[in-house]
Design a protein around this ligand. Structure first.
Ligand SMILES: NC(=O)c1ccc[n+]([C@@H]2O[C@H](COP(=O)([O-])OP(=O)(O)OC[C@H]3O[C@@H](n4cnc5c(N)ncnc54)[C@H](O)[C@@H]3O)[C@@H](O)[C@H]2O)c1
Length: 373
């Protein structure tokens, strides 16, 4: 039997305290994962998280976690703009890495990390693992088999709204419940494209394959937000509309906006000459896929979160199951060598779409994508 993976959790913010730590501290994982260390620069936060979830050590400095945390792997759950530097330090220290979305802000950063991991025989799993969901695999099969005729175009996207300001861990008075979301509105790494539309882009490229070109319009629509009674200025674009070319005149419209989701939402709507797939519906009726609950009448949405390989037993009752699933993809890969489909190369292609969309918006020029997966 392979040993349990000693995991370090980088950042004890929303996704860690609501999702990663509650899942990874469950007794059913005792032989597969050990919560070895957690770090966060906010005084007292890492220690509070360690005490609450039974983590062996808490640190305020990330470098100390790498040097003294005795970890085999890290899950990076800090603001997106920090992921590249923190991932690089982890790989240089010989640790496997799970990146909460999005892995990096630029293609150049992603390529450097991919090369570094390869040179050191280390694993990277880069969220979100949207193609682990059976209904997305079925959507791909349905389109390939001609179930909706010739696919014409796809719509997808997501909106910030006030999702992050309103999360349950933002408005409290202790270190685990007063977590400041301001970075979501700042460069580098802020904005709904890197945070939310990234799910749509993983799904659509997972279903259709790599894209060829993008063009976009983008800017800031809500210049000032409010959190904890103070103003938070937006400097990362919060209103972006992207047009993506998949070749042979197949197009996708993807949005990452301040408000108002696109038809198809995170999972996308696929419009063909003989029908439409929107979420869990084919021409308005639920379509079948492995594990589907026939009583599930939910029309669309993120789609059956529980239908993920590791989301069984107690994990069905804990939040953020897809994040837990992606962490376990790395754990399995490290323990038994079975490669995950949640690859850094796929994540880099999605980063290419987002980075190129911003470049297209600022230059007015359609951008050729340079990556594939
Ligand atoms: N909030 C969600 O719903 C959600 C869902 C899925 C994935 N994610 C992803 O998880 C990651 C974290 O998001 P979040 O919502 O938890 O953010 P958050 O703002 O709630 O928490 C981030 C934490 O990182 C800490 N931090 C800041 N600098 C750090 C550093 N140098 N080293 C270590 N920690 C540092 C902050 O103090 C804070 O506690 C992001 O990549 C995000 O996209 C978030």
């Amino acid at each position: 039997m392979a040993a349990a993976v000693r995991m370090g959790v980088v950042g004890a913010g929303s996704i860690s305290v609501r999702g990663i730590l509650p899942h990874l501290c469950q007794p059913d994982l005792a032989d597969r994962v050990k919560l070895a260390a957690v770090c966060d620069p906010v005084p007292g936060r890492a220690d509070a998280a360690a005490a609450k979830f039974g983590v062996e050590q808490g640190f305020t400095e990330y470098e100390d976690l790498l040097a003294r945390g005795d970890v085999d792997a890290v899950t990076i759950a800090s603001p997106i703009g920090l992921h590249y530097e923190q991932g690089k330090l982890a790989l240089q220290a010989g640790k496997h890495v799970h990146f909460n979305k999005t892995m990096t802000v630029t293609v150049a950063e992603a390529s450097e990390l991919i090369d570094l991991a390869a040179a050191n025989s280390l694993r990277i799993v880069a969220s979100p693992g949207e193609m682990l969901r059976p209904h997305h695999v079925r959507t791909r099969e349905l389109i390939a088999s001609g179930a909706i005729g010739t696919l014409s175009w796809v719509s997808c996207g997501a909106a910030f709204g006030t999702y992050h300001e309103d999360e349950s861990v933002r408005g409290g008075s202790d270190v685990l419940s007063n977590i400041d979301p301001s970075w979501y509105f700042r460069k580098p790494g802020g904005g709904p494209m890197y945070d939310m539309t990234v799910y749509s882009l993983h799904t659509v490229t997972g279903i259709l394959g790599p894209a060829r070109r993008v063009t976009a319009m983008s800017g800031v629509r809500v210049p000032v937000r409010s959190f904890g009674g103070r103003d938070v200025e937006t400097d990362a674009d919060d209103n972006t509309a992207v047009l993506i070319d998949f070749g042979a005149n197949l197009f996708c419209v993807a949005t990452g906006t301040a408000a108002g989701g696109m038809t198809g939402g995170m999972g996308g709507a696929f419009y063909g000459t003989k029908g439409t797939i929107n979420g869990l519906l084919l021409n308005g009726e639920p379509f079948d896929f492995p594990g589907r609950n026939p009583d599930e009448r939910s029309a669309r949405g993120h789609g059956n979160q529980a239908l993920l390989p590791h989301v069984t037993g107690v994990h069905r009752d804990i939040e953020e199951q897809h994040v837990y699933e992606d962490v376990m993809q790395l754990v399995d890969w490290v323990r038994d060598g079975s490669p995950s489909i949640v690859t850094a190369e796929h994540a880099r292609h999605v980063i290419d779409i987002i980075e190129s969309a911003y470049r297209a918006a600022s230059t007015g020029q359609t951008q050729d994508l340079t990556t594939t997966f």
